[in-house]
Design a protein around this ligand. Structure first.
Ligand code: ARG
Length: 464
């Protein structure tokens, strides 16, 4: 007896799928979000089949019409998704046949769900990378605006979280900009490898129909069809690569979040985060918590986890397609969603960060940030750097004991440490002097900061 099943592959089975197994193996609950890409792939496939004479023009038009109706149904929330039909591909195909009859059954000629799903994910990821680039760009622009506004704002630069040397707040912003720019570059690079078309690889070996894969690739905006059918249906390295780039980007946002959290604390008090990006405490009325950066820092964990999930998913798979690959979608979707939300939060928040320039300046003065400048000054007067280092160490100790900055010591007091010191020393002991002195490409001098901002603005405009 042949059991009746609504499965498209039900022919060789003698009993219906166990109900639990049906749910266990189904992916429709999460892969239905690929419906636009699945429909786009089917449109291109049908057009190609008609071009090589496998479908008549009427059949093609019926299919295109049916796919349009399905898209509208899904968009209107009227489409009935069925777990029995396993995944997005079979749900759409079954509905197509329901709508247009015989022609619908011909759509799957010369293709397999294996090349279909690999194509869908690539189309999806390509589109998402482009949207992410838009958010990164918005964030880069916000950084450029802050950098320009605060090119002359002095803050303490840190190493080991100890005050090291004064830097321009704008320069500090441009450090984050450089990191983001590399992240954007990585995504651009990844997109090149995403944009290769698996369709036509069929199940694993290609198909006996005289398909024109270059035509389908052109219709779908792919750079080219994949050159090996086994590789095309099975590898998910493009998704792993994307997740690796995402993990790096999140790592940057996480480090940045950590700074914003520290800076917004009463102890640092460098910045004010806009109220609308913070929340209060249910018990402590005074609290204003930096939830958004904290969450971004926290969400880095799941993005790193997704990368590891995909690497582990791939590592034991023999060629070609294995059902394991169905597990690629949720980590990938989650990575895309998380990254987009985090970038959006930052792009909205960064322009509204209020910089407390007076506090930044006070903090820079407290930590002997110009000690290196005093040493460099002594070197210019002929003292070897190691000796200068020792002299300044004594001066710092004296100032520290008196509870004042180096610039607060009188000329006589300073000269007690070295007779090479003259009245012109005060020019280097000021924060502005220290900043302006680092006037070379990549340095923190306000002039350099403004030059980098101008360069970046030009680069971003040229990329338009
Ligand atoms: N839902 C499957 C996936 O996400 C589609 C491909 C299934 N192919 C198969 N031969 N079972 O990978």
């Amino acid at each position: 007896m042949t059991a009746r099943t609504s499965k498209t592959w039900g022919g060789r089975f003698s009993e219906p799928t166990d109900r639990f197994v049906q749910r266990f193996t189904a992916s429709v609950d999460f892969d239905r979000r690929l419906y636009l890409q699945d429909i786009a792939g089917s449109r291109a496939h049908a057009q190609m089949l008609a071009r090589i004479g496998v479908l008549t023009a009427e059949e093609r038009d019926a299919i295109l019409d049916g796919l349009n109706r399905i898209e509208a149904e899904i968009e209107a929330g009227e489409f009935e998704w069925s777990v029995e039909l396993e995944d997005v591909h079979m749900n759409i195909e079954a509905r197509l046949t329901e709508l247009i009859g015989e022609a619908g059954k011909k759509l799957h000629t010369g293709r397999s769900r294996n090349d279909q799903v690999a194509t869908d994910i690539r189309l999806y990821l390509r589109g998402e990378i482009d949207r992410l680039q838009g958010e990164i760009r918005r964030l880069m622009t916000a950084l450029l605006d802050q950098a320009e506004r605060h090119a002359d704002t002095v803050m303490p630069g840190f190493t080991h979280l100890q005050v090291a040397q004064p830097v321009s707040f704008g320069h500090h912003m441009l450090a984050w900009l450089e990191m983001l720019a590399r992240d954007a570059e990585r995504l651009t690079d990844c997109r090149r490898r995403v944009n290769v078309m698996p369709l036509g690889a069929a199940a694993l070996a290609g198909t006996s129909y005289p398909i024109d894969r270059f035509y389908t690739a052109e219709l779908l905006g792919f750079e080219r069809p994949a050159a090996n059918s086994l590789d095309a249906v099975s590898d998910r390295d493009f998704a792993i690569e994307f997740c690796a780039s995402a993990a790096l980007l999140m790592t940057h946002l996480s480090r940045w979040s950590e700074e914003l959290i520290l800076w917004a604390s009463a102890q640092f008090d460098f910045i004010e985060l806009p109220d609308r990006f913070c929340t209060g405490s249910s018990i402590m009325p005074q609290k204003k918590n930096p939830d958004v950066p904290e969450l971004v820092r926290g969400k880095t964990g799941r993005v790193n986890g997704n990368l590891l999930a995909l690497l582990t998913l791939m590592k034991g798979q023999p060629l070609a397609y294995n059902k394991d690959n169905q597990e690629d979608k949720e980590p990938l979707f989650d990575t895309v969603d998380t990254l987009r939300d985090c970038l959006r939060a930052f792009a909205d928040m960064v322009p509204a960060i209020e910089v407390k320039a007076d506090n930044l300046r006070r903090a820079a003065r407290q930590g002997f940030a110009t000690a290196t400048d005093l040493a460099d000054y002594l070197v210019r007067k002929g003292l070897p750097f190691r000796d200068a280092h020792a002299v300044v160490g004594q001066a710092v100790r004296a100032a520290s004991e008196r509870g004042c900055d180096l610039a607060d010591l009188s000329l006589d007091e300073l000269r007690a440490f070295s007779p090479l010191i003259d009245a012109d020393v005060y020019a280097v002991l000021t924060l502005e002097g220290a900043l302006a002195a680092r006037n070379h490409y990549g340095g923190t001098a306000p002039e350099q900061v403004r030059a980098r901002v101008a360069e970046w603005r030009e680069r971003l405009a040229a990329a338009d």
